[in-house]
Design a protein. Structure first.
Length: 354
């Protein structure tokens, strides 16, 4: 025990106690904070050493250093020898190079790179944050090889930006293989401080395919669920859409799926000239705005739902769309074709960086 009363101020105690709980503070600083707090709470030198698994000289060293210098005295002291200086540019440059083959990894982690450079992993992490470098992330991209790419982009975007007078522009597609999943235990509802919780495993109860036609000007959706998604189902849905908009010119945007171009479809279109199909380019489904709606219904009604049967799933989908149509809003396209095409037509080169 020290010969004088050993005290820790209230401000220092808050700091030291936060060190003992923080995952970002070094293990050495956590140990020193626990030593100081134990001695301040009345533990003897021997008792503190035994409780924390350290030697008595270690307890005495950090107790006395705190007494002289306060919390600042618990930081690591500069050691003899010339410190290794690695600036951010060196860290980033090394990050952009592939790891050595002997590591057998696809990308750097902060700890692997820190060991390679002989510095702390926190230094690497700080440099990555400053420069927005995230080696653990990967995004995908795809170029359209459609020979009619430019014509199709201008056609579809033209419909969005300047729709024909007195005509309805609809975006149509199918969302296939929607699974009726049910968790193996009841979902625990969200509570203050706790998110909703669900079991990782689930039971599959069948699938359905949702056909949807989004009216761009209003956001209203015409829908129908089918067990399959062949040309018969698509034709039946087209008839339903045409019936929903009687005596109106319909311009329908859809992708290049082969059922959309079947002879039965073309024959029906010949008998119904008020319906005109407009195809997005190959690998250009992002031009079809119904995909935005599919994202909305997936997030808000399907992904976190629990369904004992396909019938229950279909009911949930129809209920959501009925509510959506009561509160729907226009879907507005903003970029002209001239701004889109330079990005859609660029080609990969041997020295491309991504």
């Amino acid at each position: 025990m020290p010969s004088t009363v050993f005290e820790v101020s209230a401000e220092d105690r808050v700091i030291l106690e936060s060190w003992t709980r923080s995952p970002s503070v070094s293990a050495g600083q956590v140990e020193r904070a626990r030593i100081v707090l134990a001695v301040a709470d009345g533990a003897s030198t021997s008792e503190t050493a035994r409780r924390l698994g350290v030697s008595r000289p270690t307890v005495i060293k950090w107790r006395d250093r705190y007494a002289r210098l306060g919390v600042a005295g618990l930081d690591d002291q500069s050691r003899s020898g010339r410190p290794k200086i690695v600036d951010d540019s060196m860290i980033i440059s090394r990050t952009l190079e592939p790891p050595p083959e002997q590591l057998a990894v696809t990308h750097w982690s902060s700890r692997l790179l820190a060991k390679d450079l002989g510095i702390g992993d926190a230094t690497v992490a700080r440099a990555w944050r400053r420069y927005g470098v995230k080696p653990w992330r990967r995004e995908t991209f795809k170029f359209s090889t459609d020979p009619q790419l430019e014509a199709k982009v201008r056609d579809v975007v033209g419909l969005y930006l300047a729709p024909p007078q007195n005509a309805v522009v609809l975006c149509v597609d199918e969302k296939s293989q929607i699974q009726a999943l049910n968790r193996t235990a009841p979902i625990l509802p969200v509570r203050p401080g706790l998110p909703e919780k669900a079991t990782h495993d689930y039971k599959r109860n069948g699938t359905t395919t949702l056909f949807a036609a989004l009216e761009v000007a209003t956001g209203r959706v015409t829908d129908q669920c089918y067990d399959r998604h062949g040309k018969a189902e698509f034709l039946d849905f087209l008839k339903k859409v045409a019936k929903a908009y009687p005596r109106r010119q319909l311009h329908v945007v859809l992708d290049n799926y082969h059922t959309h171009k079947h002879d039965d479809i073309n024959q029906w279109l010949t008998r119904n000239p008020r319906v005109t199909l407009h195809f997005t380019p190959t690998s250009g489904s992002w031009l079809n705005m119904v995909e935005i709606f599919f994202g909305i219904i997936t997030r808000q009604a399907i992904r976190r739902g629990s369904f004992d049967s396909v019938k229950q799933l279909v009911t949930a989908i129809k209920t959501f769309i009925d509510g959506w149509n009561d509160r729907c809003h226009p879907f507005t396209w903003t970029k002209p074709a001239d701004e889109i095409l330079p990005h859609a037509t660029r080609q990969r080169t041997s020295d491309a960086r991504h």
